[in-house]
Write a protein that binds this ligand. Structure first.
Ligand SMILES: [Fe+2]
Ligand SMILES: [Fe+2]
Length: 303
């Protein structure tokens, strides 16, 4: 795949697919709160049969809020990583730096997109939903890993948005068109980032020892485990938001079922959907077939 990629071509495509925030969100494009926002494959509310249909819809929307907040958090964490990688050395491809600068500018725009969606959500939704943080501390803990591990993490995040878009568009005609549009437009640019980040990952891997490559895979898994701890906390916040939104308290048994089901749903959304993504795994395999096997051996816990 690497021979098909060049910074020049990726930069050109990036400029072509680039969209403006005002085309995606604004007062003339409200979200429709009578519809679900997240695809059921990610929200997984159907098994919670102790919730009414309306209550499951509320949960879907609470999860969508968490989705926006999580992407905002992750992209805030990623931005300094890209900015660190952008300066290019003499002799490197002259299009490398402009392509990475464009990449960083798009991530900054995505952060603003998520902020605006989140604001629009808060203005209409019945209760204020909690979210884990502070984002700066989570970002700093993630960025404490090796540069190659971080490049792998960024690559995984880029690829995750593909599945979010494909599953929302292909499976689900019920979803709010505004949220679908968010998923679609995000993926349009992320699909270029995934290719660009693959180039950076290959470039760093070419200079790394096999121990450093093994370490990068372990760093990726370590970041995943760290985020998984955050997801467990987020499930408790979502439970509190749901109980407030539906005006009733769940029983102990129902809460237990909620926590188990929703933690696994979030694991799939943010971790499993990455670790089973063929595009991502192919990029890992190109550098380390053992690394791919390692990720595939861990993935079922997050599916
Ligand atoms: Fe993004
Ligand atoms: Fe991205």
């Amino acid at each position: 795949m690497i021979q098909d990629l060049s910074y020049e071509r990726l930069l050109e495509t990036s400029k072509r697919v680039n969209w403006r925030l005002e085309d995606i969100i604004g007062d003339d494009k409200p979200m429709d709160f009578s519809k679900p926002f997240l695809p059921e494959s990610f929200a997984r509310t159907a098994p919670l049969d102790f919730l009414t249909r309306t209550e499951r819809l509320k949960l879907n929307q609470i999860r969508a809020f968490g989705y926006l907040a999580m992407f905002e958090l992750v992209e805030r964490c990623i931005l300094p990583i890209i900015e660190d990688l952008a300066p290019s050395k003499p002799g490197q491809d002259p299009h490398r730096r402009p392509a990475l600068v464009q990449f960083a500018a798009e991530e900054a725009k995505h952060i603003e997109l998520f902020v605006r969606f989140r604001r629009a959500f808060v203005e209409t939704f019945d209760v204020s939903c909690g979210f884990i943080g502070p984002a700066e501390d989570i970002g700093a803990a993630i960025r404490a890993h090796s540069q190659l591990g971080l490049a792998l993490f960024v690559l995984g995040i880029e690829w995750s948005t593909q599945r979010h878009y494909v599953e929302s568009v292909l499976d689900d005609e019920e979803l709010d068109p505004q949220f679908k549009s968010l998923l679609k437009h995000h993926w349009l640019e992320e699909s270029q980032h995934a290719k660009l980040d693959a180039l950076v990952f290959y470039e760093l891997a070419a200079r790394a020892s096999s121990e450093q490559i093994d370490q990068a895979v372990e760093d990726f898994l370590d970041i995943g485990a760290f985020l998984d701890g955050g997801l467990a906390e987020q499930v408790q916040l979502d439970l509190a938001s749901l109980e407030e939104a539906i005006g009733r308290t769940l029983s102990v048994v129902e809460r237990g079922a909620f926590v188990q089901n929703q933690h696994q749903a979030m694991r799939w959304t943010f971790l499993g959907s990455v670790m089973t993504n063929e595009g991502f795994l192919k990029a890992v395999e190109q550098v380390s077939p053992d690394g791919r096997a390692r990720l595939e051996s861990v993935a079922p816990a997050f599916c």
